[in-house]
Design a protein around this ligand. Structure first.
Ligand SMILES: [Zn+2]
Length: 175
């Protein structure tokens, strides 16, 4: 599956990529932060990588809730803890426009703060509900739902959608 699908708003590309990519370790994480212009430090630690993956899991759990799956308040708690520890706060611009900024940021946790601010931006603008997980149990890829009424359930109709239609057909035939 491609990292970005047509129709995803440009300001959410990095967030889309973060939720979609399967990070293999600290080096992979560092490479990703460089690719997206988020890295301010040449190194990252296991601890920072762990925090990034905890944020990713929390956001993916919230994506599952956007699918209508049940969850608990643990992902929201983790996000609120990060907002606290990274010092995320609103900043009012000269014309009354509001942006989020993170004040307690170091070179190493700057990429986490950037991703968190992007997710909060999507949530505050009512765009977050469009971030979902593919309902194909063997896929579970994150995707941005670009359909008008927000009813997309598979990341790709050609691959996962077709596979699920086949599966349902087989189940019906066996029943
Ligand atoms: Zn899929």
């Amino acid at each position: 599956m491609p990292e970005h699908r047509p129709g995803t708003p440009g300001q959410y590309y990095v967030l889309e990529s973060f939720l979609w990519r399967d990070f293999t370790g600290v080096d992979d994480w560092l490479e990703w932060t460089r690719e997206h212009g988020l890295a301010r430090a040449a190194t990252s630690t296991r601890e920072i990588f762990g925090q990034a993956m905890a944020l990713r899991e929390a956001l993916r759990s919230l994506e599952a809730m956007n699918n209508g799956e049940r969850g608990d308040d643990a992902p929201a708690r983790l996000l609120n803890e990060l907002i606290e520890s990274l010092g995320v706060h609103p900043v009012v611009g000269p014309f009354g426009d509001v942006k989020l900024s993170a004040s307690a940021v170091t070179g190493r946790n700057a990429p986490i703060a950037s991703v968190l601010v992007m997710a909060l931006d999507a949530m505050s603008k009512g765009m977050w509900e469009r971030f979902k997980l593919c309902q194909d149990p063997t896929c579970r890829a994150s995707f941005y739902d670009t359909t008008k009424n927000g009813t997309k359930t598979w990341c790709s109709m050609q691959v996962c959608g077709a596979r699920n239609k086949m599966r349902r057909l087989r189940e019906r035939q066996q029943a």
